[in-house]
Write a protein that binds this ligand. Structure first.
Ligand code: ZN
Ligand code: ZN
Length: 361
């Protein structure tokens, strides 16, 4: 009975939208103060935060995972199909992935509830400033693109991800070669040739992996996530729906089992590198390894990103800004005119240098 009451209270707490004491507007999470702030009158109010993020046991992940309930509402983009989760009571105004406004409320389920969040610490204004600096350095980007970056087009979205910890023990065997040279032949045929000395090595290698980051959204690429990383893991907090206010979260559509398989591949690559770094070699014939994982834990973490979508010559481009470190990753359109201009300038320079050396050499 008591347990039931506890859960009911929990749900009640989650579904309350915090209103501004000054003017009654909905408060939203403010990256600068890390508090809830009123977008109209700037009143701030704090909420309880916890840095004690639980590492969850992977063995029980599939049965005990908590789901997002009535504390959230689900919206679907009619243009690109992206499904985002908002704090209940908030309305999606546009899609962070394609930039259109065709986002409608959906009856779909929100899926697994995150247990951790890296809150936004970067403001939209800083994201914009950094993007402008980044775009300025892009030699071939059209001026129209550089001048059309606006704060209101950036949308803050939490990207779903899993981090895995694992204690590994690897039994390995490898055949490694070192290159040597020797002088062969005599007289006119005397020459230096290269030969390889092979040896087989084997052993046991133990390691501990902390927070291997795997993307939990099929529509988002792991390589973009790797480029925009790292995120400051020291900033990680226990998930609370207050962090979501004023932002939205992409719904995860990847199974944790599949993400764990990806994490194992990442660890295998790291283990191979670390083992091989113990030896002196020039070539690898083969590397065979079997790794045993123990004490595997995971966190389901929301990562803060600002996304800006840009259409240029009927093609889509996007700029991604890390909402925790302000790092910018993206592709800019290429202006044919600017490429011609730069190529022309280079050819001109070469011609001038050629002429100068012709006349003065
Ligand atoms: Zn207010
Ligand atoms: Zn969309």
């Amino acid at each position: 009975m008591q347990e039931r009451d506890f859960f009911e209270n929990e749900n009640k707490k989650e579904t309350v939208t915090i209103k501004c004491a000054g003017c009654g507007a909905n408060m939203v999470f403010d990256p600068e103060t890390q508090m809830l702030k009123c977008p109209h009158c700037a009143t701030v109010t704090d909420f309880e935060k916890s840095s004690k993020v639980l590492e969850l046991d992977i063995l029980s992940a599939f049965e005990n995972a908590e789901v997002w309930k009535d504390d959230s509402s689900v919206y679907r983009c009619e243009n690109c199909g992206a499904v985002v989760v908002l704090k209940v009571g908030e309305t999606a105004t546009g899609c962070p992935y394609c930039g259109t406004a065709h986002v409608v409320k959906s009856t779909e389920l929100a899926g697994l509830k995150p247990n951790a969040v890296i809150p936004f610490t970067v403001t939209k204004e800083t994201a914009l400033e950094n993007s402008k600096t980044w775009a300025k350095k892009k030699l071939f980007a059209p001026t129209k693109f550089k001048n059309n970056l606006h704060a209101e087009d950036f949308r803050g979205v939490y990207q779903p991800s899993f981090t895995f910890d694992s204690q590994t023990e690897t039994i390995y065997q490898a055949r490694l070669g070192t290159r040597h040279t020797r002088v062969v032949g005599s007289g006119k045929n005397r020459r230096t040739e290269t030969y390889i000395v092979w040896r087989t090595v084997s052993g046991v290698y133990s390691d501990f992996f902390d927070d291997v980051l795997i993307n939990a959204d099929t529509a988002y690429s792991q390589s973009v996530l790797n480029k925009i990383s790292p995120f400051d893991n020291g900033a990680i907090k226990t998930y609370d729906s207050e962090y979501l206010t004023g932002f939205m979260a992409k719904r995860s559509d990847r199974k944790i089992e599949d993400c764990w398989q990806d994490a194992k591949v990442c660890m295998d690559q790291a283990i191979k590198q670390r083992v091989l770094s113990r030896y002196h070699y020039h070539v690898v014939d083969y590397f065979r390894a079997t790794t045993n994982h123990s004490n595997v834990t995971y966190k389901y973490v929301l990562l803060p990103l600002y996304l800006l979508n840009y259409r240029y010559n009927k093609k889509n481009y996007s700029v991604h800004v890390n909402g925790n470190t302000a790092k910018v990753v993206g592709k800019t359109p290429v202006s044919a005119l600017r490429v011609l201009g730069v190529v022309g300038a280079v050819i001109g320079m070469i011609a001038i240098i050629g002429l100068i050396s012709y006349f003065f050499a």
